[in-house]
Design a protein around this ligand. Sequence first.
Ligand code: ADP
Ligand code: MG
Length: 234
Amino acid sequence: MSTNTSNGALVRIKDVDKVFHRGSEEIHVLGGLNLEVAQGEFLALMGPSGSGKSTLLNLIGGLDRATRGTVEIGGERVDAMSDRALAAWRARHIGLVFQFYNLLPVLTAEKNVELPLLLTHLNKAQRRKHVAAALDIVGLTHRAKHHPRTLSGGEQQRVGIARAIVTDPTILLCDEPTGDLDRKTGDEILSLLQALNREQGKTIVMVTHDPHASHRASRTVYLNKGQLLSEAPE
Ligand code: ADP
Ligand code: MG
């Protein structure tokens, strides 16, 4: 994709509001939010539970739509795309990593990793090659034929990361990727994300509660009252 935007930012979010409706209640989650993420950045997104971190990640990933404002990624107005165009855009440009891995239990590690490729035009041999490369990057070649239940939490997250990178997405979005792991295993996952960022130039936006995790990022922003701060609020 072209990453030539007028100001060089890969992600450019301007004046975004997000309001949820629950019955007659309006929940104002984001209000006048602005964010720019450069190509090759590793951004940590922090904030208390319920502050809208996942909501913001979903807007960047085209999984949800802003109530107001613009979301531009790689020069493309994601907020203006039709649902159909957005789904195709997402498959091509976004890799998602979840706290609880979201692997399909009936599929082996390699079949889980292959899933996003089924939405592409790659043939079986090409898919196999990409899956092998992704499993190699996360260090799980020897677990390719294993089912998720036979893998440790850290290994399952590695499969989750392999699945997220197998399409070589423009951006990797990680929602509390170490939230269910012990410190040591979490550190290994963070090292892997850091390597993807530094060695492969992957742009990463990572939601985390853990200051330890945010220290691995190149920049940290804090969600506070619907807007982003560059320093932790008092
Ligand atoms: P965080 O990830 O920071 O914990 P979320 O982005 O998940 O926070 O949620 C922010 C707020 O928006 C919460 O109050 C949550 O209940 C509300 N919210 C999130 N998604 C929805 C939804 N689909 N419908 C209604 N309210 C929602
Ligand atoms: Mg969340």
